[in-house]
Design a protein around this ligand. Structure first.
Ligand code: SF4
Length: 350
């Protein structure tokens, strides 16, 4: 299979252009077309000589992915199903909110973590995305933005566990962040993990100060193991790694808690979280679960009522924690992570 330019570092593109007989300034032009103009074919690179374009096209394509389907929700959320060159599919979601437009991207096809409430984890992981496939989600989303909108923030919270694909993620973020790439500030980029302390150390060693979010879901090990069965590190080790990240990068850590009625939204669950996080500099983001039909049917999980959510948030605040509650977005169309892909898999197998 031909490689995509999006999988190459800037230095590799310099070398490729030179091998094809081009000059360094033409490598800059190719990079500009790729990342600034979002060109998806060599033909679009109009100021690059035809012979050089033809030489580049002999062993390379520009991108891997195409948009297979766009689901528009009434609140403006747009969910994109992307088809990769081996016919696998992944999702990314554009979430407009007043002045801000956030894109949520995926790092793996499926996910090995198997959180009990998540559609992406239902069938395990099929493969890691390449750096190009991760970065291309930003380019494809940009092509779908409504007039006068631009992407202001990026969250790596879609399908997959980012810490289990650092070889794809770190170069992808470099291309998204780099001034010669897409040029998005590191502080506008948040990476969310379900908690892999060793990999979090490696992520911390990467240069720019990305934001870190940790999907904690529970403050005690036993309950956490029920919710995130494959992430076996103790809660205290995960929190310690996150706070070393804070110490190194000076970026406050966000802890996410997907709230499930009667499972992790009880008064004792709030006490466990307060005990685990204590007086650490952090924010707890409560995410009321977005029900997934298949998971409701199999496991009987439920989204808590507004009263229960408010009471849980108040208990955390009473324990000294800073708390935000995420409001539901895109509720009318396959809103939960992995749901659009689940529908596509269903359709393909029926
Ligand atoms: S919530 Fe995230 S980590 Fe858990 S299974 Fe889904 S995609 Fe994987």
């Amino acid at each position: 299979m031909q490689r995509a330019l999006t999988d190459l570092s800037n230095d590799a593109i310099d070398a490729l252009v030179s091998e094809c007989g081009g000059k360094p300034f033409q490598a800059r032009q190719v990079l500009h077309w790729l990342w600034k103009h979002g060109a998806d074919s060599f033909e679009q690179m109009r100021n690059v000589p035809t012979a050089l374009r033809a030489a580049l096209a002999r062993e390379h394509v520009v991108r891997h992915a195409t948009i297979n389907k766009v689901d528009d929700a009434e609140d403006g959320t747009q969910k994109l199903l992307l088809r990769l060159r081996d016919n696998e599919t992944v999702e990314c979601v554009i979430i407009p909110d007043e002045e801000r437009t956030t894109l949520c991207i995926s790092t793996q096809v499926g996910c090995p973590v198997a959180c009990v409430f998540c559609a992406s984890g239902m069938f395990g992981v099929r493969r890691n995305l390449t750096a190009g496939e991760i970065a291309e989600q930003v380019l494809l989303a940009q092509s779908q933005l409504r007039p006068n909108r631009r992407l202001t923030n990026l969250v790596v919270m879609g399908m997959g566990e980012p810490m289990l694909n650092l070889d794809g993620l770190l170069p992808a973020l470099a291309r998204i962040h780099d001034a010669d790439g897409i040029g998005m500030g590191a502080r506008r980029i948040t990476v969310s993990t379900s908690g892999f302390p060793r990999q979090m150390e490696r992520f911390a060693a990467a240069d720019p100060s990305y934001n870190l979010a940790v999907s904690l879901h529970a403050g005690d090990d036993e309950l956490r193991k029920r919710l995130v069965p494959t992430a076996t590190s103790p809660v205290r080790d995960i929190i310690a790694a996150a706070h070393r990240y804070f110490g190194q990068k000076g970026r406050e850590v966000t802890y996410e808690v997907v709230l499930l009625e009667g499972v992790n939204d009880r008064p004792d669950d709030a006490v466990s979280l307060v005990n685990a996080l204590g007086s650490l500099p952090c924010t707890v983001n409560l995410i009321p679960w977005n029900p997934v039909e298949e998971i409701v049917a199999q496991k009987g999980l439920r989204r808590p009522s507004v009263v229960r959510i408010d009471s849980f948030a108040d208990s955390l605040r009473g324990g000294g924690l800073k708390v935000t509650v995420r409001r539901q977005r895109g509720a009318d169309r396959s809103a939960a992570c992995g749901q659009l892909r689940l529908r596509a898999l269903d359709a393909a197998s029926s």
